[in-house]
Design a protein. Structure first.
Length: 140
């Protein structure tokens, strides 16, 4: 059995692999792994081996692949969820015009703390861009 086959078999036997396959594909340095390092060598191999990477990509649904591609454009996963995937009762963050400038704000206008202006990500502390994290492509 080749190393590639061994690593693939190891990962397929891991109960969390199906859930983490998208994060493994978009990750690096052998992460995410099980926290104990048991699968870290296998994860690192499929992240760096061209043929194993294409095998891994086939395991990821197009919806998961699209979501993770978008997530990588944000400063952190929590900001991604606050902007892109928030529910009605969750914190919503978005760009708004404030005194003629694009400004990030908490958009829950009907709750305490609504309309709070932000310059830095409240979760990771990075300076927020002056434009959307993802610019939508315009079709014809």
């Amino acid at each position: 059995m080749s190393n590639c086959e061994k690593y693939k078999k190891d990962l397929e036997s891991w109960k969390a692999f199906e859930t983490l396959s998208g994060l493994i594909f978009h990750g690096s340095d052998g992460l995410p792994c099980d926290g104990e390092g048991i699968y870290q060598e296998s994860v690192l191999h499929v992240q760096t081996c061209k043929s194993c990477r294409s095998w891994l990509e086939e395991k990821i649904s197009s919806e998961t692949h699209s979501r993770l591609t978008k997530l990588k454009q944000y400063c952190c996963p929590v900001m991604f969820v606050a902007v892109e995937e928030n529910e009605i009762d969750q914190l919503k963050v978005g760009l708004m015009s404030f005194q003629g400038e694009s400004t990030w704000a908490v958009m829950n206008f009907n709750t305490v703390g609504g309309n709070l202006l932000l310059c830095y990500c409240p979760w990771c502390g990075k300076k927020l861009p002056n434009s959307p994290f993802i610019t939508e492509e315009k079709g014809c």
